[in-house]
Design a protein around this ligand. Sequence first.
Ligand code: NDP
Length: 250
Amino acid sequence: MDLQLAGRKALVTGGTRGVGRGVVLALARAGVDVITCHRQASEEATSLENELKKIGGQHHVIRADLGRPDDIASLVAQCSDRFGRLDLVVNNAGAISHVPYERLTLTEWRRILDVNLTAAHLVIQHALPLLGEGSSVVSIGSKVAEVGIPLRAHYTATKAALVGLTRSLAKELGPRGIRVNVLALGVIETEAMGAMPAEQQALMRQRYSDKTALGRLGTPDEVGGAVLFLASLLSRYVTGATLHIDGGIS
Ligand code: NDP
């Protein structure tokens, strides 16, 4: 199916690993030109560049720490210089942290808020002049914002806040033809799980698969599919929504 996305321009944060990588590759395969960022030099960044070269198109993998507002300004400036506009912004990069609430320091609270929430806000605000009629903003949220999870009060607070940010921006930017949505993910199997000891991996997979209606975990490519939908005209009447990409997890 031709989603008519060829030549569209996208910024995806945190595209070198995990969910973001799946999203970047799905977009590139659909003909979208993608700029993505990562924080640290890594083999994954180099391998993503190579993979994107093979697919073809104008893609750029840029180093920028989203915890630093100056880096965000410079990242979006590079989108402007290279593409002149953006049709899609995906706020994917996120930091996770597990801390008992009584031991949660203000420093750690702020670190998680900076990367997961403030960065999403700054990315959208800086990108606004580049976003025109028909463009789409997608933020990657989480099912846990709705149900809660121990040791992650700070993380879940950021994911719940993305929903509020999205609903208000959908109303504020709707008259300009800009749609704003959230994808609330269940458990998506990434390299991080692959790096766990085999026994722990199997336990995690079983435990979370059993909680889903589909009996399995999701893949980054399946999140990519949902982003393609939100980037395309198929979703032209969808805004302010939280779409659950979670295999029917409970
Ligand atoms: P990963 O940790 O596997 O990948 C994170 C990506 O974001 C990497 O490319 C990383 O780059 C980049 N990144 C992290 N911090 C920064 C930063 N400060 N500046 C720039 N880039 C950064 O995460 P996942 O793929 O698991 O998660 C992606 C998103 O999906 C997150 O928002 C997460 O909360 C959400 N999510 C994931 C779920 C899952 O099951 N995986 C479930 C629910 C939500 P680098 O390699 O340089 O660190």
